[in-house]
Design a protein. Structure first.
Length: 207
């Protein structure tokens, strides 16, 4: 016979988990919001102040805090439904806004910028399309996270290579050293998402 106390408390546990996931003002979510607010600042510093070095450091800060908010969410019980959406959205906007701005500025190789943007467009369209068709959410793979991390390091380095930084020549070498593996990882992850998307679609429709 089921324990009456266990039965009585089971719904409360479920509600408690649901309440945790429904939180908005957690530390990781605030960090993600600040990352988004820093993008207009980056554009202003790059074009309004014409300061490539400062703009590059802003991008470094935006990219570094991507790891920080994820670490806090996982290790301090602050994973939320909003955070699962907000964090990748901030990443996508960083790539779209950052690379487009640097491309206009002329500080990044056109082929590299196009390769990153095409991949991001394909993944974004695929994600929206799967969601519209009723697929369950797909978690980011470790290879996708690795590609994002490397590209977030390469993009500001391309900008720094064309700035007044004293180590600008070394920045270009580092940009390619991070950027090429980053592209390989990101496209590999995109290919792996195809079978994962099919499976997610089948499971989503089944439920």
């Amino acid at each position: 016979m089921p324990d009456p106390d266990a039965v009585a408390h089971a719904p409360a546990v479920g509600l408690d988990e649901a309440a945790k996931l429904a939180r908005i003002w957690t530390v990781p979510n605030v960090i993600s919001f600040l990352r988004l607010l820093c993008l207009p600042l980056f554009v202003y510093v790059l074009f309004g102040r014409e300061n490539r070095a400062a703009a590059a450091w802003i991008l470094v800060g935006i990219g570094a805090t991507d790891w920080v908010d994820g670490y806090i969410a996982r290790n301090f019980d602050q994973v939320t439904t909003l955070g699962k959406v907000l964090d990748p959205v901030a990443d996508r906007l960083l790539f779209f806004v950052g690379i487009t701005a640097i491309l206009i500025d002329g500080s990044i190789p056109v082929w590299f910028a196009v390769a990153v943007l095409v991949r991001e467009i394909l993944v974004s369209v695929g994600t929206v399309g799967l969601a519209a068709l009723g697929a369950r959410r797909i978690d980011v793979t470790w290879i996708g996270k690795t590609g994002t991390f490397l590209l977030m390091g390469a993009i500001p380095l391309f900008l720094g290579a064309e700035s007044t930084l004293g180590w600008a020549p070394a920045a270009e070498v580092l940009a390619y050293a991070l950027g090429i593996p980053g592209l390989v990882c990101s496209y590999w992850a995109a290919l792996r998402y195809i079978p994962m998307g099919r499976q997610a679609l089948r499971e989503g429709r089944a439920t």
